[in-house]
Design a protein around this ligand. Sequence first.
Ligand code: TYM
Length: 336
Amino acid sequence: MSKQRILSGVQPTGKLHLGNYLGAIRNWVQGQEDYENFFCVVDLHAITVPHNPATLAADTYTIAALYLACGIDLEHATIFVQSHVSAHSELAWLLNCITPLNWLERMIQFKEKALKQGENVSTGLLDYPVLMAADILLYNADKVPVGEDQKQHLELTRDIAGRFNDKFGKKKRPILKVPEPLISQSGARVMSLTDGTKKMSKSDPSTMSRINLLDSPDIIAKKIKRCKTDQVRGLTFDPENRPECNNLLNLYTILADKNKEEVATEFANMGWGQFKPLLTEVTMEVIKPIQDKYKAIRAEKGYLDSVLAEGRQKAEKVAAGTLAKVKKALGYLSPL
Ligand code: TYM
């Protein structure tokens, strides 16, 4: 039996943080042998908010190199750049025309980001989830491993696929595969270091709110030392009353690869002064090998180029097949 297919991606905006790693990439790596995987660097999404053209290409390389450094294995996965496969933009347009506007206006992430930008909100920001749907549907993905914040976009993708199939497919032979979200139990919502009620985010103006995968050991130690805590002695998992404590214990649990009960007992009588160096230590243990591998890969531009060129070819083949089916169903004249 052929393996089920996975598609996921990360935007090359800002720096990859622990939330991106624990909510997404780490899970891609852990499950990669069981699936046929497509991982893209979603650079078309990166311009839905004001961006810097001078750094976009370098940021794209950085994310691709981090995929490899985190353990994505080319034997099981294809890594490619979204803008290198033009079918993404084309399918997004076609899906735009069947997606009701009010489905997009309901998206929480749009509302949050739009609020921050005031009058400068682009049409692209509103349309972002349709492009994301195109990314997924082009590859007939069975599963999409993401963090909790992308759940609503996945539901929208399923709705768009369903609507397309209803309108243009045959009952027993749907054209687009309806994908399932794959959201892990742990790490799906890593919270900010400066406010345990907000998710860790690339766009938070405070760099102290997140640990980036490429932060130096000194910076990581400083961020953990200064992160928000509380006055209560003894550490407990208590999301309601102690959001920061809950988040830091969760981080420790995942990074140290322990279970919650073990961690709850270990820290039941401990204070922050003892806990924080331990959290710093486990964080560095996980991050240091990634950083070392990243430096080696990033230094070999030729290698990275060949990975992305091969990825583009493989991705293009699959994407072209789906796009052709979609266009046929919509009644387009085939190229002559
Ligand atoms: P992006 O680039 O914002 O985030 C990449 C991945 O990281 C997850 N994530 C988190 N997980 C846990 N805790 C957090 N604090 C946290 N912050 C981010 C995200 O859920 C995501 O899985 N729209 C997507 C990119 C995208 C995509 C796709 C994903 C475009 N097309 C197709 C899957 C399939 C995004 O902006 O992710």
